[in-house]
Design a protein around this ligand. Structure first.
Ligand SMILES: [Zn+2]
Length: 371
């Protein structure tokens, strides 16, 4: 161990000594608890691990208490292995020092999932190198764009053809009354660059038609977000998903509102999670006996209502999942969530029980294609 190495106790770990014989660690991010049988000297060691003292200083102090270096090393290795302590890294030019300062809070959060802070800085760098394409710049897509820009996603592509309307101002976090009549993608792009002048934002001001070529743009990004509900979400999901599967790109079908439920959306990782076709099969099965009679009013004017807070809830949920995927802090190959439905009246969240269909014509039997 290098004598100038500095360790700190992870911010998300609470430590307690029980009867001086057990060290109890509570991991606040995961709600895990671990117990270690220790000798009473460990409490003196823990007191010295303050994120500032070098390991040489700790050796000297422990030696003054009659504890030798090997015992200190063994305890350090144990605590490192169990992610109780981590090495303080100080960036080491992995990212620009100004960015390190700017994102220090989230780097601190990412680091909790790795052995040392370097893992957190690399996770931040992954975000800064990422390319995300967002179809639809309404309340959900726009809020997702804002949150990803704040998190430092380095390249954002905005796809929409619409203009800002008066009612958008009360539902979208980024339009003011002066924006009425302006292009959504252009207005949003300006806002993103104000938040973060270092990110690259491209706009694609067009609607999606059957012959619209989306392959070129999807093939060059790392992740696609679909919130485009025109002509309707089923159509855009199918078209976008087909291309994403072809190019092995993860995509997120972000939550909107239907009957005042917020969908948390689904992250689709090709050949890992259920795909759009698997979801379609699920719905066909569970809705097979659901036959609504024809509505007496055939042409209804509908505009699903909602609050800005509800859109922000759905988009924030999506962003947490997207950031987990892009940074790799959680292995979503095992820990992914299916689409959930959030009911605001009683604040209940229910996940759909959808399984990846091994015989799915789109994603089944192709596990070798994972990359
Ligand atoms: Zn499938």
């Amino acid at each position: 161990m290098n004598g100038s190495t500095v360790f700190k106790i992870k911010d998300s770990v609470d430590l307690f000594l029980s009867n001086d014989a057990y060290l109890v660690a509570y991991y606040m991010n995961t709600r895990q608890r671990k117990c270690f049988k220790v000798n009473s000297n460990l409490k003196y060691l823990i007191e010295t691990i303050d994120g500032r003292k070098k390991i040489d200083e700790i050796y000297s102090f422990m030696k003054s208490l009659g504890i030798n270096g090997d015992d200190v090393d063994r305890a350090i290795v144990l605590m490192k292995k169990n992610r109780i302590i981590s090495e303080v890294i100080y960036n080491q030019n992995i990212i620009d020092p100004l960015d390190y300062h700017r994102y220090s809070r989230q780097i601190n959060y990412f680091s909790e999932f790795f052995e040392d802070e370097k893992g957190g800085i690399i996770a931040q760098k992954k975000l800064m190198d990422s390319k995300v394409l967002i179809f639809g710049c309404g309340a959900i897509g726009g809020d997702i764009a804002l949150e990803l820009a704040m998190a430092g996603v380095g390249n954002i592509y905005l796809y929409d053809y619409d203009f800002v309307e008066k009612s958008d101002v009360s539902r979208h976090m980024f339009y003011s009354i002066e924006c009425e009549g302006l292009s959504k993608v252009e207005t949003l792009a300006q806002e993103l660059v104000k938040i973060n002048p270092k990110i690259h934002v491209d706009t694609i001001n067009q609607s999606m038609k059957p012959n619209t070529d989306i392959e070129k743009i999807i093939s060059k990004v790392d992740l696609v977000v679909n919130t485009l509900d025109e002509p309707y979400i089923g159509y855009t999901s199918s078209k976008i998903s087909r291309v994403c599967m072809k190019y092995n790109k993860a995509h997120y079908i972000a939550g909107g509102f239907d009957a005042h439920l917020a969908s948390t959306g689904e992250l689709i990782i090709p050949y890992v999670t259920p795909c759009v076709e698997c979801y379609a099969k699920h719905f066909k099965k569970v809705l097979k006996d659901w036959k609504p009679s024809q509505h007496p009013v055939k042409l209804r004017y509908t505009e699903i209502g909602g609050l800005a807070s509800m859109s922000l809830f759905s988009s924030s949920y999506a962003c947490v999942e997207i950031i987990k995927y892009l940074t790799g802090i959680i292995d979503l190959g095992y820990a992914f969530k299916n689409r959930g439905e959030f009911l605001f009246t009683d604040m209940s969240l229910t996940y759909l029980d959808v399984k990846k269909d091994p015989n799915c014509p789109v994603c089944g039997g192709n596990s070798d294609e994972r990359s």
